[in-house]
Ligand binder design. Structure first.
Ligand code: SF4
Length: 332
């Protein structure tokens, strides 16, 4: 059986169930790299220039960890999934960058996804990808339809049932929910944590911000729990137009949650990320302007210490609890 390696990084969080369904329907086996470790960061970071953003360094580390375990590595080039809206340039060059940085990697399966070029180009790209596994076009068509159905189910679980991406992946694939994602039984306080899923849900990068909040009996809301239409209209309200795909995760989710009844909003961003620095500033200004919901930004890089993150989280939560106590005292 052909083994296709999938790095557990970047777009894995948005599309893994769909990718896995596609490859399995074509008789291949999807092999996912292990969870992120310091060794992966060190090895990945050593292959790229120093100012590359942390998630891309980690992605390269995941590719290195797959060498020897698979026949191909799947690295799609997802340029645009909405008309005139584009992904960060790092995604556009990811397969080329990986080929250059990891020449010993197994052959890379690449597919260009750009809705601006029309459906026909997309279908042709899917057929080219599928032909690595079968010569029969009807099998490729069936695999892509099944994969798309899986993606719709996955998205529904998050936006309609309030699951995070790791929880929804476990549900769709019928595996057990990771322990760090189990909900806390008592929840008196609600915090929205916004940012890219590959920052929020990678416990190594985020220093387990979400599990830590849950352990403190906090209900955590994340961007993927909102419908695409809600996120898009929130971005339009603030920006007037949608330029980057990832604006939904930060500007859209930030604007929505700042105006909802959550007790606080935490934005997690990667040091060295151009889009994040602009989008975080937009949301910080919104938070200052609205003056309704406490807001904190956490910038993470490879030198960020766990103790520093815990201290910031504790200070933020203390401030929220003080505010809640003051409100109770005023209302009697
Ligand atoms: S959006 Fe930022 S963090 Fe994500 S890949 Fe691009 S530069 Fe890196």
């Amino acid at each position: 059986m052909i083994k296709v390696g999938i790095p557990r990084a970047l777009l894995y969080y948005q599309y893994y169930p769909m990718w896995r369904t596609f490859f399995e329907e074509l008789g291949a086996e999807a092999i996912v790299s292990p969870v992120t470790s310091r060794v992966m960061l060190q090895e990945g970071g050593a292959r790229v220039v120093a100012d590359t953003c942390l998630p891309v360094k980690i992605f390269i580390g995941h590719v290195l960890s797959l060498i020897g375990n698979c026949d191909f590595i799947f690295i799609p080039t997802i340029r645009s999934i909405r008309k005139n809206t584009y992904n960060c340039s790092k995604f556009l060059g990811l397969s080329a960058m990986t080929r250059a940085a990891v020449p010993e990697a197994p052959p890379i399966l690449d597919i260009m996804v750009d809705v601006n070029k029309g459906r026909l180009r997309l279908y042709q790209a899917i057929y080219r990808l599928g032909k690595n596994f079968t010569p029969y076009p009807h099998k490729i068509r069936q695999a892509s339809l099944d994969a798309w159905r899986t993606q719709l189910k996955y998205r529904y679980m998050m936006s309609n049932r309030g699951l995070t991406q790791p929880q929804a992946i476990a549900k769709v694939l019928g595996t057990s929910t990771p322990e760090s994602q189990v909900e806390s039984p008592e929840t008196k306080t609600t915090i929205a944590v916004i940012g890219h899923p590959y920052l929020l849900h990678d416990d190594f990068i985020s220093h387990r911000i979400i599990p830590r909040l849950k352990q403190a009996n906090v209900k955590v809301l994340t961007p993927e729990m909102l419908a695409d239409t809600t996120l898009e209209s929130a971005v339009m309200k603030v920006m007037g137009r949608i330029q980057w795909t990832c604006e939904s995760e930060i500007v859209g989710a930030g604007e929505h949650y700042l105006r909802s009844d959550v007790d606080g909003v935490i934005n997690v961003m990667a040091f060295g990320c151009g889009p994040d620095s602009l989008m975080m500033d937009v949301i910080r200004r919104q938070a200052t302007r609205l003056r309704s919901t406490p807001f904190m930004n956490l910038t993470i890089d490879e030198h960020t210490s766990e103790v520093g993150i815990i201290t910031r989280l504790e200070a933020f939560m203390d401030m929220i609890y003080r505010k809640q106590r003051a409100r109770v005292a005023v209302c009697g």
